[in-house]
Design a protein around this ligand. Structure first.
Ligand code: UGA
Length: 430
């Protein structure tokens, strides 16, 4: 099939490369000439495991072409996928300006019976907005669909090749038939639904996962008050098949480009249809309060933050990405800075991005050498579970004779070993 994917962010680049690997002829289209020039040379402008290799392979095969030319990419397309960003507007709702711009730009070149798919996360009702833009601008017949994306950064290629399910939301048999055929090689259950259900399904999945994380963080707070260990509590509840063992890991709250934004958008959407979204409002608030509350809570234990050297390990929002959007480090570091600490941040991949996002804070430096970050630190905060951090030998790195506090923000490290090495250990919920 001829497929054009518009928008070359995480979702767009991964989707175009994977669809090309299944034998489709794919154009990846973006208006950003610099980005397209990089992609044409197999350089991905962000870090994502396995992606550059896949890109090189598919461009060499001739199945995948990156372009900025709408006419070239659209006139023969059987399927057009819109995968542009939908940032939050000032009132918390999804800002559809990029989706609308794309709808307008593709209209002059559409061929008959093309299927136009929205992959971006958008509120229910968005297909009508797109229809209203396209219909006056073309005489071609077209079909609209919503096919939400469920990939995670850091494992985006694997998640796209092996999805748990493919969701096709449409009102047309032609769209269901074409998109079911396109997604057959994914060997995943295909769920065909109304567009509104597809869009609500995407928000619901993310809102539920964010709620789950917030819930376990609340339970962790209670465990800290009574001597229970959150890891043992998770073991107990996880044996109940209705609950499960995974995606319960407590920490400094959820971050990234999706959960914070989607929870706020769902709350704003609910308000816009006169439904008070108390739960989502509360989840968002609890998550926003989490890091300031934890750092305040630790103040006494560390003997005040002022003048302390703090090693912040892990600056990206999660391992295997250099994405800093809503990363815990972007909240932790400025707070520590305000409290008078000196911060040495370590990350295996995200230092260039960290320098841009956290540059304006004095008394903050960055290093790609974890040993340099932790050397002589009064406090070590293991913030993100990068393998380079979880496998680091903190015992050998202990500065002898110095009181050093180890804050294990993701409960990934061995408490008894660290204590035996002389650290004062603080975990989450234990
Ligand atoms: C998330 C969803 O997991 C994807 O299914 C979805 O497609 C994506 O958003 C999206 O909407 O595009 P992602 O943001 O890449 O993916 O990352 P996750 O691995 O889900 O982690 C999100 C945040 O939750 C991170 O800050 C992570 O540290 C935190 N988290 C995750 C926890 O605190 N505890 C956990 O048990 C799991």
């Amino acid at each position: 099939m001829n497929v054009t994917v518009i928008g070359t962010g995480f979702v767009g680049v991964v989707t175009s490369a994977v669809l090309a690997s299944f034998g489709n002829t794919v154009f990846g289209l973006d208006v950003d000439e610099k980005k397209i020039a990089l992609l044409q040379h197999n350089t991905v402008p962000f870090y994502e495991p396995d992606l550059e290799e896949l890109l090189a392979e598919q461009q060499a095969s001739g199945n995948l072409t990156f372009t900025t030319d709408y006419k070239q990419a659209i006139e023969n397309a059987d399927v057009i996928m819109i995968a542009v960003g939908t940032p939050s507007a000032a009132d918390g709702t999804a800002d559809l300006k990029f989706v609308k711009m794309v709808a307008e730009s593709i209209s002059p070149y559409l061929k008959n019976n093309v299927v136009i798919v929205v992959k971006s996360t958008v509120p229910p009702g968005t297909l009508s907005v797109i229809d209203d833009i396209i219909s006056p601008l073309t005489s071609a017949s077209y079909h609209l669909a919503s096919v939400p994306e469920f990939l995670r950064e850091g494992s985006a290629v694997q998640d796209t090749v092996h999805p748990d399910r493919v969701v096709i939301g449409a009102n047309s048999e032609h769209a269901f038939a074409v998109l079911s055929e396109l997604h057959l090689p994914f060997k995943a259950p295909i769920i065909t639904v109304k567009p509104e259900s597809a869009q609500m399904g995407k928000y619901t999945a993310n809102a539920y996962l964010a709620t789950r994380i917030t819930f376990i963080n609340q339970i962790a707070n209670l465990c800290e008050k009574n001597g229970a260990d959150i890891n043992e509590v998770i073991k107990i509840i996880g044996h109940d098949k209705r609950i499960g063992q995974h995606y319960w890991y407590p920490g400094f709250g959820y971050g990234g480009s999706c959960f914070p934004k989607d929870v706020k958008e769902l709350a704003a959407y609910a308000r816009s249809v006169n439904e008070e979204a108390n739960l989502m409002v509360t989840i968002n608030q609890l998550n926003e309060n989490r890091i300031p509350e934890l750092l305040n809570q630790y103040t006494e234990l560390v003997g005040g933050w002022a003048g302390k050297k703090v090693a912040v390990l892990g600056l990206s929002f999660k391992p295997n990405t250099n994405d800093m959007r809503e990363a815990p480090s972007t909240i932790v570091i400025p707070i520590l800075q305000d409290k008078g600490a000196t911060v040495v941040g370590y990350d295996p991949k995200a230092i260039p991005e960290a320098r841009v996002m956290i540059a304006s804070h004095p008394n903050v430096s960055f290093t790609e050498d974890i040993s340099e970050s932790v050397a002589n630190a009064d406090v070590i905060i293991a913030l993100i579970e990068w393998p380079e951090i979880t496998s680091f030998d903190f015992t050998s790195a202990k500065t002898s004779g110095k009181k050093q506090i180890f804050i294990d923000a993701r409960n990934q490290h061995n408490q008894s070993q660290l204590e035996a090495a002389g650290y004062t250990y603080i975990g989450i919920g234990r």
